[in-house]
Write a protein that binds this ligand. Structure first.
Ligand SMILES: [Zn+2]
Length: 75
């Protein structure tokens, strides 16, 4: 018996593209970026912060630190 069944070749990783001048990371993760029409920089910044906070900590803690940093406390 010979094995003539061909193994499927692994498909290459998908190419994540974005329009020229846009963020590939933003389009890969959110499907949009701050350069898209109708979007602003703060929206993308908030989306990244929210995503990272969810990845690091699943609690309902606010994004802002509740106490000043050591540097700020020194004045
Ligand atoms: Zn975009």
């Amino acid at each position: 018996m010979c094995d003539t069944e061909e193994q499927p070749k692994p498909s290459p990783p998908p190419l994540h593209t974005a329009p020229p001048g846009h963020s590939r990371a933003g389009h890969r993760v959110f499907g949009w970026c701050s350069r898209c029409t109708g979007r602003e920089v703060w929206e993308e910044l908030l989306a990244w912060r929210t995503r990272q906070n969810q990845a690091d900590d699943r609690s309902e803690a606010p994004d802002r630190a509740t106490a000043p940093s050591k540097e700020a406390a020194r004045g």
